[in-house]
Structure formats: C-alpha cells, structure tokens
Design a protein around this ligand. Structure first.
Ligand code: FES
Length: 152
C-alpha cells in the first residue's frame, strides 16, 4: 500500500491517504475538515480556494497535494480565531468587506500575502493584487476599504 501523504498545515503535520495528484483543496476540506478554503470554479480562476504556501498565495484547487511536500500550508483557520482574529480578518469584519462571503477566504489570504511583501500598498497595488480574486456580489468598494484598514 502507498504511504500516507504528510501535509504540514497550520503548523501541524497531517496525514492523508489521497493520491498525490489530488488537488490540495479536496484533501484540506474532505480529509482534514478545513473548510476555510472554498470550492468555487475548480479551475484556478476565481481564488475562492486560496491558501498560503510558504507565505505565498496559491490556488489549492489546481495544486496537487503531492507538490506541497516540504512546504508549509496555511489556511484561513491558521490565521486567527473568533476570539483572536488576525488583523486582516478584523479589518474585513469592521469594514463589512463581504456580502455572501464566499470570496472572503481568498480575499483575506491574498491580502495577508500582499502585506507581507508590501506593508503599505497603494490603492493600485491592492487592485492589482486582488484582480484575480472574483467577488460576484460586487462588494469591491468594501473590500478595498477593508484592505486599507488592515494597513493602518
Ligand atoms: Fe480554485 Fe476557483 S476554486 S480558483
């Protein structure tokens, strides 16, 4: 039998019997019960499934779980809790940067990745960073305000 795949998620080593070609998103949600990353398009186009891999934003629906060996995966669950929200999560709550909320996982993780490399992004930097994260409710004004609030 094939050995389990070991994935380092949110600081813990987790094991999955999945085939290495399985999209990371499915392993996170189905095997590990981490429902922060969402299934949107499944084609790498909407950003709902976003995670951080070694701090960089990645689309987990098109990332084979086998490719994460030796890397650190962070999901929304790894950022903060309800009682101790991450500053970016807090900013999105305060600015109500969501309507249905389906894109929120990707918006927040993409913002965390942006601020890690660009702590004081301009409006243009933020639009550029979030341009491949789709929000179908049209909440873009509040999302921009949320990112700006996270900066200060
Ligand atoms: Fe992965 Fe849309 S679900 S990019």
């Amino acid at each position: 039998a094939r050995a389990d795949i070991v994935v380092k998620v949110n600081g813990a080593e987790m094991r999955s019997p999945a085939d290495p070609a399985t999209p990371l998103l499915h392993v996170l949600r189905n095997d590990f019960g981490l429902n922060g990353p969402k299934y949107g398009c499944g084609l790498g186009e909407c950003g709902a499934c976003m995670v951080l891999v070694d701090g960089k934003a990645a689309r987990s629906c098109v990332l084979p779980v086998g490719a994460t060996a030796g890397h650190a995966v962070t999901t929304l669950e790894g950022l903060g809790t309800v009682d101790a929200a991450h500053p970016v999560q807090r900013a999105f709550i305060e600015e109500q940067g969501a309507q249905c909320g389906y894109c929120l996982n990707g918006m927040i993780l993409r913002t965390v990745a942006l601020l890690a490399v660009n702590p004081h992004p301009s409006d243009r930097d933020i639009r550029e960073a979030l341009r491949f994260n789709l929000c179908r409710c049209g909440t873009h004004v509040e999302i921009l305000a949320s990112v700006h609030r996270a900066v200060v």
